[in-house]
Structures are given as structure tokens and as C-alpha cells.
Ligand binder design. Structure first.
Ligand code: PRT
Ligand code: ZN
Length: 288
């Protein structure tokens, strides 16, 4: 294989599309990958290996791939010597206990002596150990949610995102063990190849820029000149806002990069301070 940086991605699953979307936002032009194990990136010295998500931490640890994108839940369960380089903000889910409706778990000690079905036995056993709990763990490969109705377990410890699967199986959410999201991992320690290290640094820079851009928006508005101080006090800007003159000399235009989630909190205050023609635009990239 080439001396390119090798990135392992999930071949087909919940993380595949978002991972490819992130790489595309990083400016990487990826060849049509359908049904191929390895593809190269046209404009970046990187090859992508498509694997089952469960195999990614081990392949990265063994150096088959240099880096990988996988859920934190899988990284923890596999207990490989992986290093989390960056949290990626997608594939969010939680590992939590759930029990059949009609039963009650009020405090965590109520799971003592119970039987728990899970696909994450290592994380669960570690949790039980650190919380001094004593329960029986049954490892299942899938369909954990039907274990209580089959009489195999009293409760489950499973990944939940929307909660629909629990609801459909008449299970209630209980204590949370772990929050997870997709992460970029490498093996512990620096890559030995200096060229690959440079490529990895470049990739990380691009990923961070895409992440900041996505959590920020470009805000534009016109304001009466005398409101400038008040408006600047309202805007939660990342940097000092840009102020521009308009043909109407009583008015100014103000532009600023703001955290996306703040817009709805400040819009009424901006309007009361005289802002008009307010525009909020997406940002593709943001280099800090
Ligand atoms: O074939 P391969 O082994 O590669 O894929 P997989 O089937 O093992 O994994 P996949 O594609 O299901 O999930 C990949 C990763 O996505 C997981 O390791 C998590 O990090 C993350 N993720 C995010 C989820 C979920 N959300 C999720 N909801 N992984 C699994 N689920 C399952 C969960 O196990 C349960 O069965 O979805 C069901 C619950 O979903 P809700 O929405 O009904 O609550
Ligand atoms: Zn898997």
C-alpha cells in the first residue's frame, strides 16, 4: 500500500455518512467508495479503509490504519491503547439502563442482584465495579431490548439516541452510564512517519475549522448610528464585530461571527435596540 496516511471509517452504518460529509467539508475529494475496501483521496495524501466499526480500534492499535473514526462507546469497550485526538460532534448517543414498565428502579442500588443484558459487558462491569454494585451481566450480540420480555434479563444496558426503540419495547430509561459521540482516534504515541504526521496535523486543523464554522453563524444587520454601543454589548461575538458605513449616514452595518445557539436569545434585544434587516448566514470554514 502507499505511504499515505490511512484512515479507517465504518463501512456501512450510522457513522458512515456523517464521517464522509465531514471529510468532504474538509475539502477532501473522495473517490466513489461503494463496495470497496480501500479508496484514495484525489487531492490529499490519504487512503480510506472501510471496516466494521468494532474492528477499527484494533486495526488502529495494530497500525493497519493510522487513525480512525468510531464511537467512543466502541473505543471504551475494546479497551485498546487508543488516543482520542478529537471529538467530532456527531453519532451522539448514551449508554443507559432501561427496565420494563411496571418495574421500578428508584436508586442505582436497586440493580443489585439483578440480571442485566448488554452488548457492552466491559463498560458495564467497570461501571458496576466502580459503583460497588453487584449484578449479573449477560452479553448479547444484538436485540438487547427484547431480553426482558423473553425473560432472559431483568433490565438492559444499551445505546439509546431517540429512545424510540425503548418505547416500542415498553422499556423505561433509567440511570446513565456513559455519553458517547464519534471521535477521531490514533494509536498511543506519535506516528513514526514524519510525513504522515504533517498530513495528520493538516487534517486536524481542517476538522477543527469545520467544527468551529458549524457551531458559528455570520450575523449581519443595519442599525441606527446611536445604537452602536448598545448593539455591541448585546452581540456575543467571537471577535470584535465589523462596523461599516452606509449611504444613509445615520445608519451603520454591523457584521459579527456568533455561536449559532445564541441567535434566538439575542434577536429580540437587537430589534429593541433598533436593528433591522437582520441576516444570519451559515459559515463553511473558520480559521481562528
Ligand atoms: O456493522 P457495524 O458493526 O460496523 O455497525 P453496528 O451495527 O455495530 O453499528 P451502528 O451503525 O448501529 O452504530 C455505529 C455507532 O453509532 C455506534 O457505535 C454508536 O457510537 C453510534 N450510535 C448513535 C448508535 C446509535 N446512535 C443508536 N441509536 N449506535 C446504535 N444505536 C442503536 C442502539 O443499539 C439501539 O438498538 O439504535 C437503537 C436505539 O436507537 P433509538 O434511536 O431508538 O434510541
Ligand atoms: Zn459494530
Amino acid at each position: 500500500m502507499s505511504g499515505n496516511l490511512k484512515l479507517a471509517l465504518q463501512k456501512k452504518g450510522r457513522l458512515t455518512e456523517k464521517s464522509l460529509e465531514l471529510l468532504s467539508l474538509c475539502g477532501l475529494d473522495i473517490e466513489n467508495y461503494s463496495e470497496r475496501l480501500v479508496v484514495s483521496v484525489r487531492n490529499f495524501p490519504m487512503d480510506i479503509l472501510f471496516l466494521r466499526d468494532d474492528d477499527i480500534p484494533e486495526y488502529v492499535q495494530d497500525g493497519v490504519a493510522d487513525i480512525g473514526i468510531v464511537g467512543e462507546n466502541v473505543v471504551s469497550e475494546k479497551q485498546t491503547q487508543s488516543l482520542i485526538l478529537e471529538k467530532l460532534g456527531f453519532g451522539r448517543c448514551s449508554l443507559l439502563f432501561a427496565y420494563p414498565e411496571g418495574k421500578e428502579i428508584k436508586k442505582i442500588e436497586d440493580i443489585n442482584e439483578k440480571t442485566i443484558a448488554t452488548t457492552y459487558p466491559r463498560i458495564l462491569k467497570e461501571y458496576l465495579r466502580t459503583n460497588n454494585l453487584n449484578a449479573k451481566v449477560i452479553e448479547l450480540r444484538g436485540s438487547v431490548e427484547i431480553a426482558p420480555s423473553l425473560g432472559v434479563a431483568d433490565l438492559i444496558c444499551d445505546i439509546v439516541s431517540t429512545g424510540n426503540t425503548l418505547m416500542m419495547n415498553k422499556l423505561k430509561k433509567s440511570f446513565k452510564v456513559f455519553d458517547s459521540q464519534a471521535v477521531l482516534i490514533s494509536a498511543a504515541g506519535e506516528l513514526k512517519d514524519e510525513r504522515k504526521n504533517d498530513v495528520l496535523r493538516d487534517l486536524l486543523r481542517r476538522i477543527r475549522s469545520v467544527k468551529t464554522a458549524h457551531s458559528s453563524k455570520y450575523l449581519m444587520m443595519n442599525i441606527p448610528k446611536e445604537s452602536l454601543d448598545k448593539i455591541i454589548g448585546i452581540i456575543p461575538s467571537l471577535k470584535s464585530p465589523t462596523v461599516l458605513h452606509l449611504a444613509d449616514e445615520n445608519m451603520l452595518a454591523v457584521h459579527a461571527v456568533i455561536p449559532s445557539d445564541k441567535f434566538w436569545e439575542i434577536i429580540e434585544d437587537l430589534k429593541s435596540a433598533g436593528a433591522s434587516g437582520v441576516l444570519l448566514l451559515p459559515i463553511e470554514n473558520l480559521i481562528q
